[in-house]
Design a protein around this ligand. Structure first.
Ligand code: IMP
Ligand code: MG
Length: 175
């Protein structure tokens, strides 16, 4: 089966929105520094663009969890593949994700990070598919709410492809 990509959010729209979120985060964390936790691999493109637009001091760490096999369906299984390098204790932590879908990954992850006693813990996602929510997650910053479609680009993949697209597109399968 072959597929093609239909543009949902252009590069300009995404860039503009990231600029806005960066400004909002800079205001909200005024007088503090923010410790960004990137959820690999999908969150990496968004995190880099966002970090460049935050004007308070920023530190970065990375972790990798797996909740999806290949294809477009959630397995419901969340496992830590790579943990953070540094402790979170006392830090103002902002988790940066590509997308909140069922919410399974994030609810598990946020609970686990909270146990590490950060000074504060918030969540920023580029995309949110609210219709798909199975587990409740409190999202503090959202780039775009999108319909229930499988999307790629800006870090998001379909079978590891398309992460490098500079826009968000919907995967359409050719008959
Ligand atoms: P959740 O646990 O169902 O919220 O899934 C979160 C993870 O599923 C995301 O971090 C993505 O890696 C993946 N995912 C969910 N929806 C999409 C999509 O539309 N395109 C690509 N990956 C997705
Ligand atoms: Mg992800």
């Amino acid at each position: 089966m072959s597929e093609h990509i239909r543009v949902l959010l252009s590069e300009e729209e995404v860039d503009r929105r990231i600029q806005e979120i960066g400004e909002q985060i800079s205001r909200d964390y005024a007088g503090k520094s923010v410790h960004l936790v990137c959820v690999l691999k999908g969150g990496s493109f968004f995190m880099c663009e966002l970090a460049k637009r935050i004007t308070v001091p920023v530190s970065l760490d990375f972790m990798s969890v797996s909740s999806y096999g290949s294809g477009t369906k959630s397995s419901g299984v969340v496992k830590i593949v790579k943990d953070l390098d540094e402790p979170l204790q006392g830090k103002d932590v902002l988790v940066v994700e590509d997308i909140v879908d069922s919410g399974r990954t994030l609810s598990y992850l946020m609970e686990m990070l909270r146990d590490r006693k950060p000074a504060s813990l918030h969540l920023c996602t580029l995309l949110d598919k609210p219709e798909r929510r199975v587990v409740e997650v409190n999202v503090d910053y959202t780039g775009f709410r999108i319909p229930d479609e499988f999307v790629v680009g800006y870090g998001l993949d379909y079978d590891q492809k398309y992460r490098n697209l500079p826009y968000i597109g919907i995967v359409e399968f050719d008959k």
